[in-house]
Design a protein around this ligand. Structure first.
Ligand SMILES: *Cc1c(COP(=O)(O)O)cnc(C)c1O
Length: 361
């Protein structure tokens, strides 16, 4: 058996240790004689797992008591609807920052429920993408909240600061949650689909300040109400138990790595190594994001000679570096390097990039 280094943006690679443990525990979970998939979600075994995973995430992210932590079924896309349904209230108006594909989708969904103002959009300076400073955002005074995407996964554009705004701040952290320390108290809602940094698809995690949990818009489906989910401890219906279990293993693994502070140091080194090659070989590679918005998790670049891209991808694959193709809307090359991607894989990729540029440059 040979495992490759999978640079896919999501579903993304998982640590071998997590997969090994899931395999070991598959047939008989904690002496129950069954797999976790077959256990009742209301039995004490599963409830203990649910409580422990919440505790672990609270510890990893330093989440205060006045926030709920919800484990819900569906992807991050579920939140594109849940956020406006629950937060628009009587104002029926919200501000959004548009920085790429995912924020556009969030905006399109919110427009079904209220009046959406785009307070700022990606701009370009010498063909490099960036966003103007928050002082220049066109915020509306009656907005119920401000939504933004701290890391745009497809475009590789990441905010290096948390905007300070008067209304509750809502963030889609799907591709950067747990990659760096975050001051949770700056946010009204943080949400993330699990298949990038938390584990398996089908689950999404929501961290919501308790005072924002209230009656949603009248037509809201029962399952899309934060109130219902919080009051039932996410057991209103059957949650995605296996995905929740994988998330709990990921939290254990991250604690073993030394937590978010420690992994952040490694993540910074990993990204810096790849951007260094891109900058050193700028006649050959180009990144189209201004330096202060470069993503730590999704390193996006193009080959100056575009025709060499498929060659690059094929040769990389032969080295065991797979799924480096950029998203279909952006093209180019993208290395998604979430927490589980080992630094050794980054060294291999950096070396491959240098060799390739020397051979073809
Ligand atoms: C992947 C991704 C999504 C979509 O997540 P699903 O779980 O597929 O719904 C949303 N937002 C961001 C930032 C993403 O990276």
């Amino acid at each position: 058996m040979q495992r490759v280094f999978n640079f896919n943006a999501g579903p993304a690679m998982l640590p071998t240790e997590v997969l090994e443990r899931a395999k070991e525990e598959m047939l008989d979970w904690k002496g129950t004689g069954m797999s976790i998939m077959e256990l009742s979600h209301r039995g004490h075994h599963f409830v203990e797992l649910a409580e422990q995973s919440e505790k672990d995430l609270r510890e990893l992210m330093n989440i205060p008591e006045d926030y709920y932590v919800l484990f819900l079924s569906g992807g991050a896309t579920t939140q594109f609807a849940m956020v406006p349904l629950n937060l628009m209230g009587e104002r029926l108006a919200a501000d959004y920052i548009e920085t790429g594909t995912w924020s556009k989708k969030a905006i399109a969904e919110a427009k079904r429920y209220g009046d959406v103002n785009i307070a700022a959009k990606t701009q370009y300076e010498n063909e490099k993408a960036y966003v103007v400073a928050p002082e220049e955002w066109q915020l509306r005074s009656d907005a119920a909240y401000l939504h933004y995407t701290p890391n745009e996964t497809i475009d590789g554009l990441e905010f290096q600061y948390i905007p300070d705004v008067a209304v509750p701040l809502v963030a889609d952290m799907t591709s950067m949650i747990l990659s760096r320390p975050i001051d949770v108290t700056k946010f009204g809602i943080i949400y993330a689909g699990a298949q990038k940094n938390i584990g398996q698809a089908g689950l999404n995690v929501v961290i919501i300040r308790k005072d924002l949990v209230r009656e949603p818009l009248p037509l809201t489906p029962t399952l899309y109400s934060y109130q219902v989910q919080a009051e039932s401890k996410c057991l209103y219906n059957t949650p995605p138990t296996y995905a929740w279990y994988i998330a709990s293993l990921m939290f254990d693994w991250l604690k073993d790595q030394g937590g978010v502070e420690a992994i952040y140091k490694m993540n910074q080194r990993k990204a810096a190594k790849l951007y260094q090659v891109i900058d050193d070989y700028s006649h050959f590679y180009v990144n189209k994001v201004r330096k202060d918005f470069r993503s730590m998790m999704n390193v996006m670049f193009y080959l100056q000679q575009e025709a060499l891209t498929s060659n690059f991808l094929n040769e990389a694959q032969q080295e065991g570096l797979v799924n480096l193709r950029g998203h279909r809307v952006s093209g180019g090359v993208r290395a998604s390097i979430y927490n589980p991607m080992p630094e050794q894989a980054i060294d291999l990729l950096a070396k491959f990039m240098v060799d390739f540029a020397k051979r073809h440059g």
